[in-house]
Write a protein that binds this ligand. Structure first.
Ligand code: BGC
Length: 749
């Protein structure tokens, strides 16, 4: 641990976030003029119509009339380019003002070519992968006329019981901010008026991931400081990256549903972040405020939503029904309606819809070779090597026969993961298919699934799988979760492998052959027992279309794993929420406390040490945040800081030497964490402030340099001000959130 000054350094800025691309430009002023001109011609009904989003369920017959009357601003889920063009023709040619309709769809981790679920993309710690994935999704979706997606989902997710963790970038505000901003960039491309650009939507604003008990839609209780320090940052980064729209969340936070929350929408989003995009409700979240007991009827729901700062209502129709009356009764002002409509029209102009409302459909972009190659690369970087005893992986020359078992080895639908409406399983390449096609000439493959699907409790096939294992040199067991077990409204209270999968792994482990377990799931599962029983474990969050070829290459060492856990893996559900950036308690455990099996009979009340730990789960998680092994090994050495005392406006440079001490070339994700030791409010034990992927040949050393503006250490303090408080800090550079070299520095006045 040394501290000395660097004379000069190749600085990599930690801030990935560009400013709103068009802000204040001539193009923007021109658009604003057009918006005002159009607004001036609109009746109140036509304005309210723009604030209405409908889902026509595939047919447009029943909505042609309302489109003609100018009573629809946006449609959801129309994916037939011919229908899209028909709708636009009605809107443009037959409605009084010819305002085109904005077509939307949940394009979450791919449209046709399915990328790993967002949690898997976060495991790459590579924003370029997320940007590429979103760009490809936009190219494919816009070919069917979709110009607005409801992604990225950047809810901080610290509870794997919550099925929607799959859709998120995990537990960390910084990682979620970086990956979310990259997705915004990818969806929206260089300019929104490019026909392949689709407007992004930062969702769900805000706090949805903190649903009590991990049960979807449940209430949250997040105090303002925690909102600002933990839950807002990814959304602020998305706004800064130019994210065209925001969606409110379903939850009530401390009693106030987000759709009726003017603090988050007006004070923070519009006031503090100067946001000029569109704010849409979630599906019927306006009228769900009635069920919340926050509004007595749809009329009050419309009033509270619009007055809180909502521009557009998704599907529940309360605006159409009630806003005109509410304006007459002076409960909603015309100025409020005008502002909402301005935001919507501005987006339509920015998307170039007035100039070019029709889709010129190029179907050849779907599943293009280049898209499949990028999707494969995403999986390669996303899969996490959790264990590799005796270097059982990669599979070497000595392996002649491989037993492929388990319900996820050939599950083309399920490996795509949640939120897939358009990807087709016929295009999915499973591990079994890929192993046969890519490595079938090198090894003999015996396939014996053992179980038909992940929840299968029928144990009769296990004996055959074990017999196959006995005939093989190595066993590859593919287990995990079907896609339906994660995602919206798919919360779980038990995170163990379902069905008879655990029995399958146990039986295979006893077959006497090296057991490699590959998990495909939508969340971290409590797989401690199966990790112990396996020689090696690869964890692949549902990998999408190209999961098979990527996993095959990882198993055989053509590609070396580099994924890192974007979320802490619990040992058991009772530890949840378990995340690395927790606060100190007044009573940290020493790690020497007595655990449950060692407690003497009739032990005295205080004999366990009175510290903060679980008697049965112990002290730590199964795997910490940022964890992941490689076939290479990396050594960290010589941590240097540019200064040990810095002013609040200075920039700290930190560098460390990383050496590949192994036999394989590999990529390490070097992570930078900081702890603010003493502050006006308790601060997390450490927080991620930067990361870099570094590729090293065997024996090679690279100096990895981070540039950390001291301003990045600001937090919302006791006076609810965002400041850097002078004092002592600790910095780590390391391979995960628990291991690294550290050094101290001080911020002075
Ligand atoms: C989800 C949103 C989604 C919307 C439209 C809702 O149920 O919460 O994330 O964008 O449906 O499909």
């Amino acid at each position: 641990m040394k501290h000395f000054k660097l004379s000069s350094a190749c600085l990599l800025m930690l801030s990935f976030f560009a400013c709103t691309p068009q802000a204040g430009s001539e193009k923007d002023r021109d658009i604003d003029n057009k918006v005002e001109e159009l607004l001036g011609k609109m009746t109140l009904q036509e304005k309210i119509g723009q604030m209405n989003q409908l889902s026509p369920n595939g047919s447009i017959d029943q909505i042609a009339g309302v489109i003609k009357e100018g009573k629809v601003g946006s449609l959801l889920n129309l994916t037939d380019p011919e229908l899209v063009n028909k709708v636009q023709e009605i809107a443009v040619k037959e409605s009084r003002l010819g305002i085109p309709v904005l077509m939307s769809r949940d394009v979450i981790h791919g449209y046709k070519t399915i990328f790993p679920i967002p949690l898997g993309q976060a495991a790459t710690f590579n924003p370029r992968i997320a940007e590429d994935g979103a760009r490809i999704a936009a190219v494919e979706a816009s070919a069917d006329g979709i110009r607005w997606t409801f992604a990225p989902m950047i809810d901080i997710s610290r509870d794997p019981r919550w099925g929607r963790m799959a859709e998120s970038c995990g537990e960390d505000p910084y990682l979620s901010a970086v990956m979310g901003a990259a997705m915004v960039k990818g969806f929206q491309g260089d300019s929104l008026d490019d026909p392949t650009a689709i407007a992004a939507c930062a969702k769900h604003f805000v706090g949805y991931g903190a649903a009590e008990g991990g049960k979807d839609y449940n209430s949250t209780f997040i105090p303002e400081r925690e909102l600002r320090n933990v839950y807002f940052p990814p959304f602020e980064a998305a706004a800064k990256a130019g994210c065209a729209t925001f969606m409110t969340s379903f939850n009530d936070n401390d009693g106030v549903p987000s759709t009726g929350n003017s603090f988050i929408l007006k004070e923070v989003l519009r006031g503090e972040w100067n946001y000029d995009g569109v704010v849409v409700t979630d599906w019927a979240s306006a009228t769900e405020m009635i069920a919340h007991g926050f509004c007595k009827d749809a009329k009050e729901a419309a009033e509270k939503s619009v007055n809180a700062g909502i521009d557009m209502e998704m599907v529940s129709g309360s605006f159409m029904e009630n806003l005109e009356t509410l304006v007459k009764e002076k409960k909603v002002s015309v100025a409020t309606i005008d502002n909402a409509v301005r935001n919507i029209l501005r987006l339509k102009f920015r998307l170039g819809l007035f100039d070019n409302p029709y889709v010129v459909s190029d179907q050849t972009v779907k599943y293009a070779e280049s898209h499949l190659a990028k999707a494969k690369e995403a999986v390669e970087q996303s899969v996490i090597l959790l264990k590799n005893d005796n270097e059982v992986l990669p599979l070497g020359e000595m392996v002649r026969t491989v037993a492929v078992v388990g319900p996820m080895a050939d599950a083309p639908h399920d490996q795509m993961g949640t939120w897939v409406f358009d990807g087709e399983k016929e295009h999915t390449q499973t591990p079994l298919k890929a192993l046969r096609e890519m490595y079938g000439d090198k090894v003999q493959i015996i396939y014996e699934p053992g179980l038909a699907y992940s929840r299968d409790k029928q144990t009769s096939g296990i004996a055959k799988a074990v017999a196959a294992a006995r005939r093989a040199d190595v066993v590859l067991a593919f287990v995990g979760e079907e896609s339906i077990l994660s995602g919206e409204a798919h919360s779980l209270a038990d995170l163990n492998l379902r069905g008879a999968q655990s029995e399958l792994i146990e039986a295979l482990a006893k077959a006497g052959k090296p057991l490699v377990t590959v998990v495909m799931a939508g969340r971290p599962l409590t797989i401690g027992k199966e990790v112990d029983e396996s020689a090696a474990v690869l964890y692949s969050f549902h990998p999408g279309t190209m999961g098979g070829p990527a996993i095959a290459d990882l198993l055989f060492g053509k590609v070396v794993p580099s994924g890192k856990t974007p979320v802490t893996f619990p040992k058991m559900v009772g530890q949840v929420p378990v995340y690395y950036a927790h606060h100190h308690t007044g009573r940290a455990p020493s790690g020497k406390e007595t655990l449950i099996d060692d407690i003497p009979l009739e032990a005295g009340q205080t004999s366990l040490g009175c510290t903060s730990f679980y008697m049965d789960a112990g002290f730590g998680p199964l795997f910490p945040f940022g964890y992941g092994l490689s076939y290479a090994t990396f050594a960290y050495d010589v941590l240097e800081l540019s200064a040990d005392k810095l002013a609040a406006n200075a920039t700290l440079t930190a560098r460390v030497n990383v050496t590949n001490t192994g036999k394989y070339a590999g990529t390490e994700v070097v992570q930078l964490y900081v702890q603010d030791k003493v502050a006006s409010v308790a601060r997390p034990v450490k927080e991620l402030k930067g990361f870099q992927r570094v590729t090293l040949q065997p024996g090679e050393t690279k100096t990895v340099t981070f540039s950390l503006p001291v301003s990045e250490l600001a937090f919302w303090n006791i006076d609810m001000k965002k400041v850097v408080e002078p004092g002592e800090f600790k910095l780590w550079l390391g391979t995960n959130s628990e291991e690294g070299l550290s050094a101290d520095f001080e911020v002075i006045n």
